[in-house]
Design a protein around this ligand. Structure first.
Ligand SMILES: [Zn+2]
Length: 272
């Protein structure tokens, strides 16, 4: 569901939104200060053009004000399509925002510190929100490489190990990302994904184009359930970032052929 907060339109998952102990959002294309128009909401430092330095921080400050969370507490990593998971302690909290000089390479974060949003950036790659009720949260960036590496399952293992929750207590939301109709792949990528997820319902083949298609969100669901999450505790209602009908709302690496002027941000935090 989409909600308006000040100048922002944010996507919120209905399952997580019904929980009092956790906050979350997924940003959309407009409502910020980036781009030639000065209206785009870009969350990616890598997409900041020369002369745009500081715009990502300004955008996050807008989201922070809308949600009533201190800007300095937003914490992000440099995403590298791997499976490294960072435990966000007080020393790391605020990386890239309150502590702009702190740049750590990883693709998932976990924390039990309240009011400390974990922020990942997305332009088709799947955002996975994980909430261990009243204990801890995790935020995962799961592109096809991370999905093949089972980054969501490994993040759950880390969350359980560090904070002692039970898998059946976890609530998860698969946020906006590329759908199974849009994610067209060649044979080498198909082979890697098929090796990890040998389920016919997660793939299709276009014999005219000789291309495969893969359902990444379906694979993420498999990873979560295999890690012990109850299927009914995984919310999968989010729209596709790549489908043409959503082009007014979302940047898409695939649809815009890498020329997208920004990326969306996914954030989750424990509330005090
Ligand atoms: Zn799509």
């Amino acid at each position: 569901m989409f909600v308006i907060k000040g100048s922002l339109e944010l996507y919120k998952d209905p399952l997580l939104d019904s929980e009092k102990g956790v906050g979350h959002f997924f940003t959309t294309r407009y409502g910020g200060v980036s781009g030639a128009s000065g209206e785009l909401f870009n969350v990616s430092f890598g997409k900041e053009k020369p002369g745009e330095s500081g715009k990502v921080a300004e955008n996050i400050a807008i989201a922070a004000a809308a949600e009533g969370i201190p800007f300095e507490r937003f914490t992000a990593v440099k995403q590298v399509h791997g499976d490294k998971i960072i435990k966000v302690t007080e020393e790391i909290a605020g990386a890239r925002f309150g502590k702009p000089e702190l740049v750590i390479e990883a693709d998932a974060m976990i924390t039990d510190i309240p009011d400390t949003p974990l922020l990942t950036t997305h332009g088709d790659c799947i955002p996975v929100y994980i909430y261990a009720r009243d204990r801890a949260v995790a935020m995962v960036h799961s592109g096809w490489r991370g999905t093949a590496l089972n980054i969501s399952g490994k993040t759950i293992e880390a969350l359980l190990r560090e904070y002692g929750a039970e898998p059946r207590e976890l609530l998860c939301a698969v946020g906006p990302g590329i759908c199974g109709k849009c994610f067209e792949i060649d044979r080498p990528v198909f082979d890697i994904l098929w090796n990890e997820f040998p389920y016919e319902e997660l793939f299709s083949y276009d014999s005219v184009k000789n291309k495969y298609r893969a359902d990444l969100t379906g694979m993420v669901l498999r990873s979560l359930v295999d890690a012990g999450v109850k299927p009914e505790n995984v919310s999968r209602h989010a729209p596709c970032t790549c489908c043409e009908e959503n082009s007014g709302r979302f940047f898409s690496h695939r649809r815009e052929q890498g020329k997208n002027e920004g990326l969306m941000g996914a954030a989750i935090w424990l509330k005090k």
